[in-house]
Design a binder for this molecule. Structure first.
Ligand SMILES: Cc1cc2nc3c(=O)[nH]c(=O)nc-3n(C[C@H](O)[C@H](O)[C@H](O)COP(=O)(O)OP(=O)(O)OC[C@H]3O[C@@H](n4cnc5c(N)ncnc54)[C@H](O)[C@@H]3O)c2cc1C
Length: 469
């Protein structure tokens, strides 16, 4: 990114709420042509459609069932960036890494950018996307102003909060491609400054840590807020603020590791691009499971390959060859516990204490968020305005004692429900059918299914997310 370009744009901020200027005629025509080819593929599909994308951040292995692969790789174009209206118009399968690189030179970024750069904007809308700006802007879907969805039968509808497809607009988040595919999205952007100043506040006591986290979410000068828990008595709140100037900048895209710096530093400065990518280089802290913290391995791999896309490919390859099963041969029971769950902030200390005792995974990522739109989102409901904390933990648990399949994940599901929380569905879920539909609004979902997928060519949410079909 050219810093000078960003600075110029920041110095002359655009008036808010202008009408988006929209894509050029050529960009629009090319999109319409790609859309026509996609519709042809969908209409020709002899089996239930399944997205064929370059990479997926879904962490559940799916049963091998007949499916027609729908190639959507061409849907990655940024159609228009309009700093004046604070919007970006983009195709649904555009990865955030590319989207960010298209917006930063114009002095803006998407209001919420998930940490892993291979996540696509459509995936984050249909799943759930979160980041350290979610305490102010909500989850990714709250930053989406409208989207085009193509149904399995090849119709295209435009959903907005105020049109005849409003119920789809609110019901699409957390539907995971079971209603149709988002192929064009108009999303909010925010102006950036060239740098982010980070402050890492250390705590030993969870109550004090959560009190500070909550207070910071009410600070109008905080642009990014998140927490990291490294041990029961080592908790850190990281607060980011846009700044025009930086006395120095750190680089965590190659030899230095971001999560380690949090424990060592009180203050830090990153370029805005490096801030957005801070967790991608080491997949939060999960790259260590692949040996990526060994300096020689990092140097051999090179800066360009140190990222979540590389690790996802390695992981899929390892899964194909069942390499994780080596531990089973050594007498361990292994269960993958890769989850993000949202807990109401007042209950966060209770959840944390329970989690240390029952699950014991460290580190934990804590990201505050709140639902903004008063209507709410029925498939991922949290009361509008209420502050929640996302707990992200991603690790296998290996123990010698025998537990039923999914035991740890199921304990988490029960505790989250008991505390009035909500669980995302990108990974393994073990809910019984009835309980699942108590948590995710069946009535609204069935209405949407009848309207947009009446022949049930796409799988149902329970079948997909719990039964892994
Ligand atoms: C270890 C880990 C860490 C994560 N960390 C974060 C994080 O930090 N921040 C965050 O926001 N999220 C995070 N996620 C969750 C992630 O945002 C969701 O899994 C998201 O759905 C992935 O999007 P994707 O583009 O990779 O889609 P995919 O993984 O390819 O697909 C996910 C699902 O969405 C459907 N889908 C994909 N694209 C579309 C579309 N255009 N229209 C309709 N349906 C579609 C697919 O059919 C599929 O069911 C994390 C997930 C994991 C496993």
């Amino acid at each position: 990114m050219a810093t000078a370009e960003v600075r110029r744009s920041v110095e002359s901020p655009a008036p808010a709420q202008a009408v988006p200027s929209g894509p050029s005629a050529a960009a629009r025509a090319a999109h319409v042509e790609r859309r026509a080819r996609l519709i042809e593929q969908l209409r020709a599909a002899a089996a239930p459609p399944r997205l064929d994308k370059e990479i997926s951040n879904l962490f559940r292995e799916r049963e091998r069932v007949p499916a027609a692969r729908i190639d959507t790789r061409a849907f990655r174009h940024v159609l228009a960036v309009d700093p004046a209206s604070g919007t970006v118009e983009v195709e649904g399968m555009c990865p955030y890494g590319e989207l960010v690189d298209a917006t930063l030179p114009m002095g803006v970024m998407p209001a919420v950018v998930p940490e892993l750069m291979g996540i696509t904007i459509g995936g984050a809308l249909a799943g759930v996307g979160i980041e350290s700006s979610s305490f102010r802007h909500g989850l990714v879907h709250e930053t989406v102003l409208e989207f085009d969805m193509v149904t399995a039968s090849g119709e295209v509808v435009t959903a907005r909060p105020d049109n005849e497809h409003a119920e789809l607009y609110f019901g699409f988040p957390n539907s995971y491609g079971t209603l149709g595919y988002a192929i064009r999205i108009l999303a909010k952007t925010i102006p950036v400054k060239p740098y982010v100043r980070l402050e890492h506040r250390k705590f030993r006591d969870p109550e004090a840590y959560y009190a500070f986290l909550a207070a910071t979410c009410d600070d109008p000068n905080a642009d990014f807020v998140e927490g990291e828990i490294f041990a029961p008595d080592r908790l850190v709140v990281s607060v980011g603020r846009f700044v025009d100037r930086a006395p120095w900048t750190s680089d965590y895209t190659f030899e230095k590791i971001y999560y380690k710096s949090i424990q060592e530093r009180e203050e830090d400065y990153l370029t805005v691009r490096d801030y957005i990518r801070r967790w991608d280089t080491d997949w939060f802290w999960c790259s260590k499971n692949l040996g990526m913290e060994i300096p020689l391995v990092r140097r051999l791999l090179g800066r360009e390959r140190l990222n979540s896309r590389t690790y996802t490919r390695i992981m899929r390859w390892a899964n194909r060859w069942n390499l994780g099963k080596v531990y089973d041969l050594l007498g361990y029971r292994s269960e993958s516990v890769i989850q993000d769950v949202g807990i109401p902030l007042p209950k966060a200390p209770e959840f944390l204490a329970w989690f240390h005792e029952t699950i014991g995974i460290l580190p934990i990522w804590n990201c505050p968020f709140r639902a903004i739109h008063p209507h709410g989102f029925p498939l991922f409901h949290t009361p509008p305005g209420a502050l929640f904390v996302n707990f992200g933990f991603w690790q296998p648990i290996r123990r010698r004692e025998a537990k039923p399949d999914g035991w740890y994940n199921r304990q988490i599901e029960k505790k989250v429900a008991e505390l009035g929380g909500v669980k995302s569905l990108y990974s393994d879920s073990y809910y019984p059918l009835d309980e699942f539909w108590q948590r995710y609004d069946r009535e609204v979902y069935e209405r949407l299914k009848r309207r947009y997928d009446p022949d049930r060519r796409l799988r149902d949410l329970y079948e997909k997310c719990v039964l892994k079909r």
